[in-house]
Structure formats: structure tokens, C-alpha cells
Ligand binder design. Structure first.
Ligand SMILES: [Zn+2]
Ligand SMILES: [Zn+2]
Length: 334
């Protein structure tokens, strides 16, 4: 079967034939992958930017950690059911696992990162990583669950957004997902900002977010101290200090982008204005079913995040589309 793989710790990916996986253990299931999203993380892995060195020992490895499909083999409990896969495989043995269960594990293995993932027709995964998908939810919507858990977790990390003036910096899939969940959380006003980002800001408006600003398009500048909650989803370290200037007294800045180098903050301003800065990363397991329910609630709205659909054989074109920032979410259909 065709698979998109990382074969060496250097820039590049290969798209080639590999042997189809079986199931080695009776706690695993074999999934026929129906939709798999390309993520910013996959771009970093393809370009081999710093931070993914631990993958080297797992190569060659099939990428793809945002996927959904139908269980083809394995425990009768899951057989023929449509599932979305939580990509984080916990060890069950470490101190974190023993103290706090799955959310506490400090020795995780990522499906599509350090074990074979969903950029292939078949993927074998631990049954406990499957999340059931309701009847009416199709595979491409189900495959949005993983990035949307990241977005929902960022909103949760803000404490509350109810009645707040919210700014989202970075109109990628995570930023737009944050806007959707902030709206569901009762934000009073939502602004989405980008830089030279016409296509993705147009998607924001199509989602119903009328107030978009492009830093390079002559749009009205963002008001200093004008926002109670700001989400940094660009991954550009310099944006952090800009975000701080836009943050109101007592405001919260949630960092959910992955930054290649440190950022600088005005700590005195942070102290005097009593601003909070929080990080947000992986959602707890319980968030997955909440997010599946949210997508089921507004399926056609979430579907607008999918800008391109491609067969697996054209995956590398999908990566190029993502890099050009004309795509929001590229969905591969193995
Ligand atoms: Zn991802
Ligand atoms: Zn563990």
C-alpha cells in the first residue's frame, strides 16, 4: 500500500509502497483510513526543523496523526465502527500514568510521529486510542477532531471567554478552531488577525467572523490594550510581544503556537497590568468526546475548515499547498 513516510533525519518525505500492517497485539485494531488531515506538525517534520530529533530512532515511519476511518480488524467491540484516533499512546507504566492515568503520562509515543500513522490506507493502533464517532458524522469531519481538541483546549486554558473581547492571532486551522470554540464559549467580540493572509482570513469571514485584520493589507490596526483574551496561534516568537501590547489590564495571553526560538516579554508591564500568560498544548482525553459533540452540532461550519481534498498519491502537493498558506486544512483520502 502507498504510504507517506519520513525515512531519514533530514528534510524531505517519501511517498512509496510499503507492506500493509497487521495487528501484532490483541489490544490493537486495524483501521481502514478514510480521511487524514495534514497538520503544521507534519510540515515541521517534512522540513526537519528543530524539535523532532526523537523521531529519528523510529524511522522509517508513516506520518499522519489526524485521521478517522472504519475498524476493519480487532476487538468485536470496535469492529466495523467509524472511529477517530487519539494519536498519543501512553505507556501505562510511568509515575505520571500511575498517579494521573492517561493524562499524566510522561513517556508518550505519537501515532504518525514515532509509530506508523494514517497517511496510508491501513493503520494499526491501540484500541484504547479509538474514539467513537456518531452515525451521521463523516470521516473528514471526524478527522478534524484532533486539531479541534487543540483549539478547544486553548480556549479552556483562558479560564473563561464569556463576555470577553477576544483576539485570535494566526488564522490557520488552530486559530480558526479557537475562534469557533471561543464563540461557543460566549465571547462578546471576536477579531481574527493575520499577516499577508488573504485566503485564510476569507475563510474566517466565511465562518461568520466579520472582524478580520490583515497587518499588510491596510486594514484598521488592532487597538492597543483592546483585548481581554488573546490567543497566539502563529508560532512566530516576535508576535508574543506585539500580543502583550494589545492585551488589556488583567488580560490573558494564551500561547498555543509552537515557536522555534524564545520570545521576549515586558515583565514590568506584565506585573503592573497583572497580565497572565499561559501555555496550551494537548487536550485531556475527556475533551475528545466534547469536541466530537461540538463538530456534530455544527458540521457544515466545521467543514469550512477543509479547503482541499486530495488522494494520498498527491500528498506532497498537499504539503506544498499548506506551505503556501492558501490552504486551511488539506484532507488526504487514502
Ligand atoms: Zn496535528
Ligand atoms: Zn506513562
Amino acid at each position: 500500500m502507498l504510504a507517506i513516510r519520513k525515512v531519514a533525519p533530514e528534510p524531505g518525505l517519501v511517498c512509496h509502497d510499503v507492506e500493509a500492517p497487521g495487528i501484532d497485539r490483541n489490544d490493537e485494531v486495524l483501521i481502514r483510513v478514510e480521511a487524514a488531515g495534514i497538520c503544521g506538525t507534519d510540515l515541521h517534520i517534512a522540513d526537519w526543523t528543530a524539535g523532532y530529533e526523537a523521531m529519528a530512532s523510529a524511522m522509517p515511519v508513516t506520518l499522519g496523526h489526524e485521521f478517522a476511518g472504519t475498524v476493519e480488524r480487532g476487538s468485536p467491540e470496535w469492529l466495523r465502527r467509524r472511529v477517530v484516533v487519539r494519536p498519543s499512546v501512553t505507556c501505562g507504566r510511568c509515575e505520571g500514568c500511575r498517579q494521573c492515568g492517561e493524562d499524566g503520562c510522561t513517556a508518550r509515543t505519537g501515532i504518525g510521529i514515532r509509530r506508523d500513522g494514517g497517511f496510508a490506507r491501513l493503520a494499526s493502533v491501540p484500541a484504547r486510542n479509538c474514539v467513537a464517532v456518531p452515525e451521521g458524522l463523516d470521516a473528514e469531519l471526524a478527522a478534524l477532531t484532533e486539531p479541534m481538541t487543540v483549539a478547544a483546549q486553548a480556549v479552556a486554558r483562558a479560564g473563561t471567554v464569556e463576555g470577553k473581547r477576544v483576539l485570535v492571532l494566526g488564522p490557520g486551522p488552530i486559530g480558526l478552531g479557537v475562534a469557533l470554540f471561543a464563540e461557543r464559549g460566549g465571547a462578546a467580540a471576536l477579531t481574527i488577525a493575520g499577516r499577508d493572509d488573504a485566503a485564510r482570513l476569507a475563510c474566517a469571514r466565511a465562518l461568520g467572523f466579520a472582524d478580520t485584520r490583515d497587518a499588510l493589507a491596510g486594514d484598521e490596526p488592532l487597538a492597543p490594550a483592546g483585548f481581554d483574551v488573546i490567543f497566539e496561534a502563529t508560532g512566530v516568537p516576535e508576535v508574543a510581544s506585539t500580543a502583550q501590547r494589545l492585551l488589556a489590564s488583567g488580560g490573558t495571553l494564551v500561547i498555543c503556537g509552537i515557536h522555534a526560538k524564545p520570545a521576549s516579554f515586558d515583565l514590568t508591564a506584565m506585573v503592573r497590568l497583572e497580565q497572565s500568560v499561559v501555555g496550551s498544548y494537548r487536550a485531556p482525553v475527556a475533551r475528545w468526546s466534547e469536541v466530537v459533540a461540538a463538530i456534530t452540532d455544527e458540521p457544515e461550519r466545521f467543514r469550512k475548515l477543509i479547503s482541499h481534498r486530495l488522494p494520498l498519491s498527491k500528498a506532497l502537493e498537499g504539503f506544498a499547498l499548506m506551505r503556501s498558506r492558501t490552504a486551511i486544512k488539506v484532507m488526504l483520502q487514502p
